[in-house]
Design a protein around this ligand. Structure first.
Ligand SMILES: C[S@@+](CC[C@H](N)C(=O)[O-])C[C@H]1O[C@@H](n2cnc3c(N)ncnc32)[C@H](O)[C@@H]1O
Length: 262
């Protein structure tokens, strides 16, 4: 794994598309972000561009996107997706970290979709990223990000073992993809553990492969504080990707839109 051994997505990339295609929130967030990119004015940057699930869709609708990610494996998937869609000329991909990325010019919109801020585990790391995002925007530029709204019911679901998907491996074997999470409520963090069971035609286990991802979450008041501390002006917070205003008693997401003062 070389220099990227500490980049968790290097070990997650080959199941990422199964992961997102079986996650209801991934369907809802895609059209929200594609609409935001289409409405943007100036350079558009997606942090944690991943396999280009959102960015390549937006590029197919005419948007030029700078995609930033610290995982070469995820960037390779994004590059392939852009090539298949015939939009490589609209995509600029940068291997960089959320806390230190440098854009070729100040952005009109920076997005950090799909709970990706949670891959920065400590508040200090999150603060550093939000400050860097502020620095990379032009005056009046917009920052959009989302995070979980963590409730006891959601935590309970995450702790359960779930059969996430059933599919056929490239070698033709049936695969069951399982997931559960080890939650540390005090730290607002979790280890997501997935495993794939590869079966023979009699259903006998041939191999099992484990993968782990570290995630953390913000309370809405912490998100607000992070934005304000970095100098952002908060425009709105939605509680769903259909733009329902945030209501702490019912929201399933926190989707923040803020701008850098002119
Ligand atoms: C949940 S995925 C989101 C991918 C894509 N935006 C989507 O919605 O499908 C998070 C992405 O962020 C990247 N990532 C995680 N931590 C990062 C960091 N500190 N700097 C840059 N990229 C990071 C991962 O490699 C991964 O591709």
């Amino acid at each position: 794994m070389g220099d990227n051994a500490d980049v968790e997505y290097e070990r997650f990339a080959d199941i990422y598309s199964v992961w997102t295609s079986t996650a209801p929130s991934a369907r809802a967030n895609r059209s929200f972000y594609v609409d935001a990119y289409r409405a943007a004015d100036g350079l558009i940057c997606e942090l944690g561009v991943g396999d280009g699930r959102i960015a390549v869709d937006a590029a197919s609708q005419g948007c030029a996107i700078v995609g930033v990610d610290n995982s070469p494996a995820m960037l390779a998937l994004c590059r392939e997706r852009a090539e298949r869609a015939g939009v490589s000329s609209l995509m600029t991909l940068l291997e960089a970290d959320f806390r230190t990325f440098q854009l070729p010019s100040p952005a009109g919109l920076i997005a950090l979709p799909y709970h990706s801020i949670g891959h920065l585990r400590s508040m200090d790391e999150k603060r550093a990223a939000v400050r860097q995002i502020h620095a990379q925007l032009r005056s009046g530029g917009t920052f959009v990000f989302d995070d979980f709204v963590m409730t006891p019911a959601r935590l309970e679901r995450m702790r359960q073992v779930q059969l996430r998907s059933e599919y056929t491996s490239p070698s033709g074997h049936e695969v069951l993809l399982w997931v559960t999470s080890l939650v540390n409520e005090q730290d607002q963090s979790m280890r997501v553990v997935t495993w794939e069971d590869e079966l023979d035609t009699d259903g006998v286990l041939l191999s099992r492969r484990y993968r782990k991802l570290s995630l953390s979450w913000l309370e809405p008041a912490q998100s607000r504080q992070l934005l304000e501390d970095a100098g952002f002006v908060i425009d709105t917070c939605y509680g769903e990707f259909d733009r329902t205003p945030f209501d702490a008693s019912s929201a399933s997401e926190q989707i923040w839109i803020a701008h850098k003062a002119a």
